[in-house]
Write a new protein. Structure first.
Lengths: 118, 475, 201
């Protein structure tokens, strides 16, 4: 079975080699004459106003966590879909129930306004 | 799907919780009390469905993942009953503090469902998922009081240590699974009995499982989170955490260690003996030093967890049923104590210091009497129910040959009586700091009265619950 | 050493290195990136164990979704890194002591005598047409139905908890209401002023 994934391994290896070769080539061949002005942080031509690390709004976090939950839901759907032709009716109903529970969660999200950006 | 009817209570509760969540979304601000009544209604119907299973119903469903037996139906009924009582006490507290109303009840319902799944589990994975369902609901409930910084801090501590404990438990379970090749508790037990091959791996896993359990229960030396969480959480959530989940935790111990790993009981009895002795000593001694009543009750919980584990040390049906009796009676006695605290925490004030109790008898005679009954019972004074619970645990421990543990337990109970009696003295003989009356709603008063009465009456006639507990482990 | 074992060691070494960097690197964003590398190499090792579905899931869910969340959290917290390092030297000896005791205990327990590897034989390699996803689906939706539904409940609790804990209605935000926008009549917005025509002066 693992032999099926040999191309993936080759792909990773070639990707790494390409990345390393191109970056080193650029570094070795390209001219590098740094000065103070070139190395200073650049913000649309101004001096930098503040530290790059600033607080994100908590809503980004909310969106990310909701994304994870529905990502997981999809993950459960994949093996179910693969064996759809062989499984029992109970498995069918089980997935319906699973989706029902998460739809309730989705209604909650929608109604609470968690999906609106304001 | 065979035997699906066994899971009727859980299935009903699943749909009921979803209904509560959705209905709450569409309620207008003035109709918010509907959520409360729907919650209580669904708990009540689930209780009736569960109570119908007490007795002869037994069997497994969902390919052996879920089981109903003598123990599960009884414990689930108590969990539901205590949850109903807890929500009666809680109602005004969360309304006063504007804690998100609907979410609180829905998370409470999901937590109860987690406890029921833990109690009915027959499989390592079911236990773990039930526990996580309960724990996630609890973390969120602690943090729900967002305007309070203490609650957020408590939620953080609870979450980090709870996650650590879950990790330990899961690691232990994976070792047991790896060495016996099954998640099913009966198969694990059989694999360990018939061959010695996996027993070292199972012992290795057992150690982690016990550490995880001790963390979740708050047994010394894994008790650090208990006082902080009890103190920082809103009192209503402290009530929730300290009552029904203790029964579920007991069920989890029975499932994991008796149903699954009883073959290794020679290993875990000694671990439990140490945990129990340390919990009894540390819990009772540190409780004396507390000025904050929630912290005092937290340390008192630690000492009672010691007693609960004491019954398990006996590792025979007598000890298990004594522990079961202890868990049930402890849960509803503590329910009464925290119920009184919630009555006192009115109009945005919190009753947290011992001084807040002083002169309570002159401010609200019923609350003071119920509190007295609960505290005396927790101290283990006859004829209240706490006395009989302690007695039966001690009997089981002594007949199993651990006299030194029983001696420690008795000495520490006497030490513990001091701080309970000090609180009672303050309520009845000290002058109140604030002499205004403490009113309570009709239903809260009625529940308090029934709850207090149960502590007294079941203390005089313990035979009824005891018989049920004995039957749960017979055969 | 077989080719498969060689691949395993390559990924395992990268993984251990990345995991170590997660807790030693100073910048939390770099730490999150090293965690991505750890997850990715772990996925490769799972693939070597022939758990293809889990390996793909690890990349999709953990690398794709969870790490995005981590990066948000790391940025949202606005951590000043320096205070985190305080007391590092003070706790180091205790940490090393506890760590090495645990390590020795593990070695003691896991050595051949106490934990014989013949009890845990390696499974035979699967044929090329073997589908791990199918096997998983067949088990998950028959024997593990109950757990599957409880997992849905846990996800639901996560939704409720996440929204209840983070949603804040702001009174000062401005947002559009399309419903009201389309209902606007001419009279609401347009005022026709009649005035005398002006003559050229």
């Amino acid at each position: 079975m693992l032999a099926n994934y040999f191309p993936v391994l080759l792909f990773i290896a070639i990707g790494i080699v390409m990345g390393v070769v191109l970056l080193t080539a650029g570094r070795v061949i390209g001219p590098s004459r740094p000065n103070k002005e070139k190395n200073s942080p650049y913000e649309c031509g101004f001096e930098a106003f503040e530290d790059a690390r600033m607080k994100f709004d908590v809503r980004y976090y909310l969106v990310a966590i909701l994304f994870i939950i529905f990502d997981l839901e999809i993950t459960f759907l994949v093996p179910w879909a693969v064996v759809l032709d062989t499984i029992s009716p109970a498995a069918y109903i089980a997935m319906a129930l699973f989706l029902f529970i998460l739809v309730i969660g989705f209604i909650y999200e929608w109604k609470k306004g968690a999906l609106e950006w304001e | 799907m065979d035997n699906l009817h066994l899971a009727t209570p859980e299935i009903f509760m699943l749909f009921a919780s979803c209904a509560v969540l959705v209905v709450d979304l569409f309620l207008k601000p003035g109709q918010r009390h509907m959520t409360y009544w729907l919650t209580q209604g669904s708990l009540l119907i689930t209780l009736l469905l569960t109570y119908g299973q007490v007795g002869d119903t037994a069997g497994t469903a969902f390919s052996g993942a879920y089981t109903v037996d003598g123990m599960s139906a009884v414990l689930k009924s108590w969990i539901l009953l205590i949850a109903i009582g807890g929500f009666v006490y809680t109602r005004d507290y969360i309304k006063d503090r504007e804690i998100a109303n609907g979410e609180y009840y829905v998370l409470g319902l999901f937590g109860v469902m987690g406890m029921m799944i833990m109690t009915s589990s027959n499989n390592l994975l079911t236990i773990y998922l039930g526990l996580e369902l309960l724990a996630l609901s609890l973390y969120a409930m602690v943090a729900l009081y967002r305007s309070n910084a203490d609650a957020s801090e408590a939620a953080m501590k609870y979450f980090v240590l709870g996650a650590l404990a879950s990790g330990m438990l899961l690691y232990g379970m994976s070792m047991v699974y790896g060495s016996t090749g099954s998640l099913d508790l009966a198969t694990i037990s059989q694999a360990l009995t018939t061959s010695d091959a996996g027993s070292t791996g199972a012992r290795f896993g057992l150690t982690f499982i016990i550490v995880g359990l001790a963390f979740k229960l708050g047994a010394v030396p894994f008790h650090m989170w208990v006082p902080d969480v009890y103190d920082g959480a809103p009192t209503s959530v402290t009530l929730y955490i300290s009552t029904a989940p203790k029964i579920a935790a007991f069920a989890m111990i029975i499932r994991l260690l008796v149903d699954g790993l009883e073959v290794l009981s020679s290993d875990w009895t000694l671990m439990f003996a140490i945990l129990a002795a340390l919990s009894l000593v540390v819990g009772n001694l540190l409780a004396i030093a507390q000025q904050n009543i929630k912290r005092m009750l937290a340390y008192s919980t630690i000492s009672h967890v010691g007693f609960l584990l004491l019954g398990m040390v006996a590792a025979n049906p007598e000890g298990y049923s004594a522990s079961m009796f202890y868990a049930i009676t402890y849960a509803f006695t503590t329910l009464a104590a925290f119920g009184v605290l919630l009555v006192l925490s009115r109009n945005g004030e919190e009753a947290v210091m011992l001084d807040d109790l002083s002169g309570l008898f002159r401010r609200n005679a019923l609350a003071a009497t119920v509190m007295m009954v609960a505290l005396i019972s927790l101290a283990g004074v006859p004829p209240l129910v706490g006395f009989y619970a302690k007695l039966s645990v001690l009997k089981a421990v002594i007949s199993a040959g651990y006299v030194w543990l029983a001696v420690i337990a008795v000495i520490m109970s006497v030490v513990g009586a001091f701080y309970y009696l000090r609180a009672i003295k303050m309520m009845f003989f000290d002058d109140p700091v604030d002499s205004s009356e403490v009113p309570a709603r009709m239903d809260v008063n009625a529940t308090l009265a029934v709850n207090g009465l149960a502590v007294v009456v079941l203390g005089i006639f313990p035979g009824w619950i005891m018989a049920v507990c004995v039957r749960a482990f017979a055969g | 050493m077989s080719f498969q074992l060689f691949i395993f060691y390559v990924f395992a070494i990268i993984m251990v290195f990345a995991a170590a960097r997660v807790i030693t690197v100073r910048n939390p964003v770099y730490a999150a990136m090293f965690l991505v590398l750890t997850f990715f190499t772990a996925a490769a090792i799972w693939m070597l164990l022939e758990a293809e579905f889990l390996a793909v899931t690890l990349v999709l869910v953990y690398v794709g979704a969870v790490m995005v969340l981590f990066l948000f959290v790391v940025m949202m917290l606005d951590i000043n890194v320096e205070p985190l390092r305080e007391g590092f030297v003070k706790y180091l000896p205790v940490g090393i002591l506890v760590g090495s005791i645990m390590f020795l205990e593990m070695v003691f327990l896991l050595t051949q005598r106490y934990f014989p590897s013949e009890n845990f034989p390696a499974p035979a390699a699967k044929p090329a047409n073997y589908s791990n996803t199918e096997e998983l689906g067949r088990l998950l939706y028959s024997d593990y139905l109950f757990h599957f539904e409880v997992a849905a409940l846990i996800l639901m609790v996560a939704i409720v908890a996440a929204i209840a804990l983070t949603m804040r209605r702001r009174s000062d935000t401005k947002y559009q209401r399309p419903g009201l926008q389309v209902q606007v009549k001419k009279e609401d917005r347009l005022r026709v002023v009649s005035m005398d025509t002006e003559s050229k002066s």
